[in-house]
Every structure is written in C-alpha cells, then in structure tokens.
Write a protein that binds this ligand. Sequence first.
Ligand SMILES: Cc1cc2nc3c(=O)[nH]c(=O)nc-3n(C[C@H](O)[C@H](O)[C@H](O)COP(=O)(O)OP(=O)(O)OC[C@H]3O[C@@H](n4cnc5c(N)ncnc54)[C@H](O)[C@@H]3O)c2cc1C
Length: 273
Amino acid sequence: MGSCAAYCLAQAGKSTVLIEQFPIPHSRGSSCGQSRITSLGDYSSPFMKPIINHGYKQWLKILATAAENLFRVCPMVIVSQDHDFMKEKAKIVKDAGVDPVWIPVDKVNEKYKTSFPKESSAIIDTSGGILFAQKCVQEVQRLFKNLGGVIIDAWPVTSIEPGDPWVQVKGRRSVIRAKSLVLCPGPWATEVLTPLGIDLPLKTVRLGVYYWKVKDSSFPRGTICDMSDPQNFFYAVSPIEYPGLIKVEALSMRQLLARCWLEWSKVMIPSTT
Ligand SMILES: Cc1cc2nc3c(=O)[nH]c(=O)nc-3n(C[C@H](O)[C@H](O)[C@H](O)COP(=O)(O)OP(=O)(O)OC[C@H]3O[C@@H](n4cnc5c(N)ncnc54)[C@H](O)[C@@H]3O)c2cc1C
C-alpha cells in the first residue's frame, strides 16, 4: 500500500519520501511472501468495485513494463452450499465484466479430488490470478525510485506531529517535515494511529500459510475456494511457489483443521516445508 501510494504520488509529480521501519526487503509485513490471489470480483462491499478496477488497470500497466513475471492468470473455482451467496458471488463476478461459468459440483470433486456435498454449487471466476507479492513490492519501489522518489528504510516512525504548513515525522535520530503525510502502516496501524487520537477497531491476526505435498501430480492449475462458510473460508492454490506443493490458506484455524483435513487428506500429505 505504502509503496503504491508513494509511486502514485511520484507519478502525480509530488516530491515523495517513502519511509519503512525495517531494512528493505523485509518479510515482516503483510505484503511479504510469494503469492497473493486476485480477482476482479473479489469484493465484499460495492465501494470496493471501483478501487479493484482501478488497481487492476494500474497493475496491467506495471506488468507491461516489468522485467520479471509478476502475475499469472489463474482461474478461481468457488464452491459453497449457500446458494444465495453463490448467486450474489456470480453477480459480482459478472458485474466485474467477466461471465462466471457454473459447473456441476461432481465435476469439481472429480477434478480436485474433493468431496463437496452434492447440494453445493460451483462457479469458475476466470478473472482470477496470482500476484507474486514480494516481487510486486520490489517492482513498484523500483518504479518509484525511477521517478525520483526517495526510500528511507530502517527508519521506524516513532511519533507524528500534525501541523500547518508542516507535519513532522519523527524517527529515533532525525525528523522529516512534509506538507502531507499518507499513512499505510498495515498491521501496525493501531500503534501509529492511536497516538493521533484515531481508535479504529483493528486487531492484528497472525495467519498461517500451509504447503501440502500433492500425491497426485495432476492437480489442476488454478485456485479453489471453499466458501461453505463465507465468513470462514479457505482456499488452495495449485503448485506455483514450490514444485509439487499446493498452498492452503484459511481465515480461521477451525476451518483449516476441520474441513481442510477432511477434504484434502485423501489426496495429499502435509509437507514439512
Ligand atoms: C499470509 C497472508 C496471505 C494473504 N493472502 C492474500 C491474498 O491471497 N489476496 C489478497 O488480496 N490479499 C491477501 N492478503 C492480504 C494482503 O497481503 C494485505 O492486505 C496487504 O499486503 C496489506 O499491505 P499493507 O501495505 O497494508 O501492509 P504491509 O505490507 O504490512 O505494509 C505496512 C508497512 O508499514 C511499515 N510500518 C509500519 N509501522 C511503521 C512505522 N512506525 N514506521 C515505519 N514503517 C512502518 C511496515 O514495516 C510495513 O512494511 C494476505 C495477507 C497475509 C498476511
């Protein structure tokens, strides 16, 4: 977020400094790691739609000039027994400009060796993709620097003093004055915002990322998303980061340990990686 905000400001001709608390590159924030699933229809609230569309267009521009491959088209299969949710999901995907493809759940079970109940419904969101997260951050920072942007890393912001005409940003050894400040502290939002009198109901949650060895090497290319419980879903991404290992992520441990084990244990063994 911060790197993209800095890049946008530099594109708009603003003299911009990007401040990072850790030495760059680092693996301690939310944007570290290799892959992130994306979809044009992946929004839970209508106000996200223009943001996602705008972001997607910006990424297409970045991908067009990047020396490295930063993105892979990766259709996303979404499965749920909640038919109202699925209809809504299909509508969102269609509104995003992509026709959702309805597929019988037995086809999904056959292809992915899953055992979703027969009353489930499934769609393919063909706008799905995978961004190579860490490489994306590095590329955006490179573009930012090319436009004359300055990155100061290993510089934790310890306090912020709003003011007119200057806002003062203090670190351990020095102070930076700026006309405006954009805050993108990610999981550190509470530490940064509370002293400014902004109390957002945020809680940082540690997420596990699991890699499972695929017993059957013909695991289909793409992402499969189990949205049986839309509030606690999990998804699996075909082997992209490590040969022969699918990535499984869940928004709740309960979901991962219960459903994930039942669905996937027939075809995979947990990896020690
Ligand atoms: C394991 C995992 C999997 C995910 N999977 C997906 C996915 O598949 N698809 C998807 O769309 N999203 C996914 N997300 C969410 C997505 O990655 C995050 O929403 C996004 O990376 C957030 O970026 P950010 O810039 O807000 O936070 P961060 O990347 O954490 O950046 C915040 C930065 O601010 C710096 N900072 C904080 N405080 C200070 C300070 N006081 N001084 C200086 N610097 C400071 C931090 O060091 C950090 O570098 C996932 C997240 C995780 C953790």
